[in-house]
Design a protein around this ligand. Structure first.
Ligand code: HEM
Length: 455
């Protein structure tokens, strides 16, 4: 690819001329769901199909996506197949809770993610970013995919637990990364199970992980409970321990604190690390854009950041991150199962039907975007939070269950990237295109080596 041809059109699986057959669809869904789409999928607004006898919907129209995720929310739930691999990590935390339990948890967690609180976490993001930059300075090339995995898990562990002990941070990071790479990957039995307990042999390694994982998080919570109370809230764990239900005034139990902390850790690191990877890849393909960002960061160096408002000094960096979220959304499906009959676009939805809303397809939809495959950060000029306005842009989901950590993730990503841009010029050591694979999150098909030159 000619890196200087602008706008850059970064690599993506090619759309099929015609819809693929059921076998190809099933194979693609289990290997790389980004390879199953046809031209038609990027054109239609709503589509109903039967796959192996099961009713499936592809909903691209933001208005109908809003219907499923907001107006008719009680008629839909998260399917068991997508919850099974996640539950060993998050337990009964907010990510998988449903109904009244979810409402209570979300109400309690919302204050932790208000801008003022996210602002208090900036020193943790700075510390993680500087540690990452220091590690990267030790060699002229780096596997940034792995480096961002480490960097974001470090950031979220600092923000959650202020963990001073490097060794313990590394041990928890190893556990989480190991789970995502192995036992936590969805498997064929998840698709056929009717409960979390079905096919116990397929759940055995997940249960073993759960015991170790919960023990590690429990130990951190117990230590904080016995530590002298801090004068100020240092991290999210302090806030979780201080949280009270608005209606009953009750605090969280130890198990609830553990499950919420584990949920935030899990939901936060992998997604943000993918965002950082794809943004860096786009900037390596587009050195002109990269140089513009560096100039912006030099005009307001990262060590000047003291409050969340300071991040507004990097408007171009934010536009680039939004465009990376559009082109390579870390979460490629918002999936729901109809629990009751409903109607979409005048057609009946049967109980048990699966409704797929794919940020990947919607973000590259021919009717919604001009030059959908091109990297054009300017399309987000002047839009700070375009995911909240009913647009065909939903990297964080939509409706009441929209990602609670969106501003946390963007603040962290801005601080991380600004620190790296200030120190390094990054390019690629090979011209081999990096293709996205839809797995737990949108990962690269291989981990390219980046050249890191002193800027
Ligand atoms: C670029 C980074 C991120 C992306 C793209 C992302 C994406 C998403 C998406 C798409 C959902 C909705 C899933 C659905 O409805 O099926 C979600 C939910 C959630 N996210 Fe994020 N996320 C990111 C970062 C974070 C961070 C940093 C945290 C916490 C520190 C977090 C915590 C959560 C939680 C707790 C939920 C569940 C909310 C609920 O169900 O009420 N996320 N995220």
């Amino acid at each position: 690819m000619d890196a200087l041809a602008r706008p850059v059109v970064p690599p993506a699986p090619k759309a099929h001329a015609r819809p693929v057959g059921p076998l190809r669809l099933i194979w693609g869904m289990s290997t790389n769901p980004l390879t199953v789409w046809s031209e038609q999928d990027y054109e239609v607004l709503v589509q109903r199909n039967r796959v192996l006898g099961r009713e499936n919907w592809l909903v691209n129209d933001p208005a109908w996506a809003r219907h499923v995720m907001l107006d008719a929310m009680p008629r839909y739930r998260r399917p068991l197949a997508s919850a099974r691999p996640v539950r060993p990590v998050t337990g009964d935390g907010v990510l998988l809770a449903e109904g009244e339990a979810w409402r209570g948890q979300r109400r309690m967690l919302a204050p932790l993610f208000r801008p003022a609180q996210v602002g208090l976490l900036l020193p943790h993001f700075q510390a993680a970013a500087q540690a990452l930059a220091g590690r990267l300075a030790q060699a002229p090339t780096a596997n940034l995919s792995a480096a961002f995995h480490e960097g974001t898990i470090d950031a979220v562990l600092r923000a959650l637990f202020s963990l001073p002990d490097n060794g313990r941070r590394a041990a928890i990071a190893r556990l989480a990364r190991g789970y995502v790479a192995r036992a936590g990957r969805p498997n064929i039995f998840d698709g056929y199970a009717r409960t979390h307990e079905d096919f116990p042999f397929a759940q055995a390694s997940r249960r073993r992980f759960q015991t170790v994982w919960q023990g590690a998080v429990d130990a951190l919570v117990a230590e904080r409970r016995t530590a002298p109370a801090a004068a100020v809230h240092r991290d999210l764990l302090d806030l979780l321990l201080a949280a009270r239900d608005a209606e009953t005034g009750a605090p969280l139990t130890d198990a609830e604190v553990r499950d919420q902390a584990a949920t935030l850790l899990f939901a936060g690191f992998e997604t943000t690390s993918r965002l950082l990877f794809w943004t860096s890849y786009l900037l390596a393909l587009d050195p002109v854009e990269q140089a513009r960002l560096r100039a912006e960061v030099r005009a307001f160096p990262p060590d000047h950041v003291g409050a969340l408002e300071d991040l507004q000094n990097w408007p171009r960096l934010r536009m680039v991150l939004l465009e990376a979220l559009r082109l390579y959304p870390p979460v490629i499906f918002l999936l729901r199962e109809a629990a009751e009959p409903d109607e979409i676009d005048g057609l009946p939805v049967s109980p048990g039907a699966l409704v797929w809303m794919s940020p990947w397809v919607i973000h590259r939809h021919r009717r919604f975007w001009e030059r959908p495959g091109a990297f054009v950060p300017d399309r987000f000029a002047g839009q700070a939070s375009p995911w909240s306005g009913g647009q065909p842009f939903m990297p964080f989901g939509l409706g009441p269950r929209i990602c609670i950590g969106a501003s946390f993730a963007l603040a962290e990503a801005q601080v991380m990237l600004a620190n790296l841009l200030a120190r390094f010029e990054f390019g690629l050591t090979s011209a081999r295109p990096v293709l996205p694979v839809g797995a737990v999150t949108t990962r690269p098909d291989h981990e390219p080596l980046f050249r890191l030159d002193r800027a």
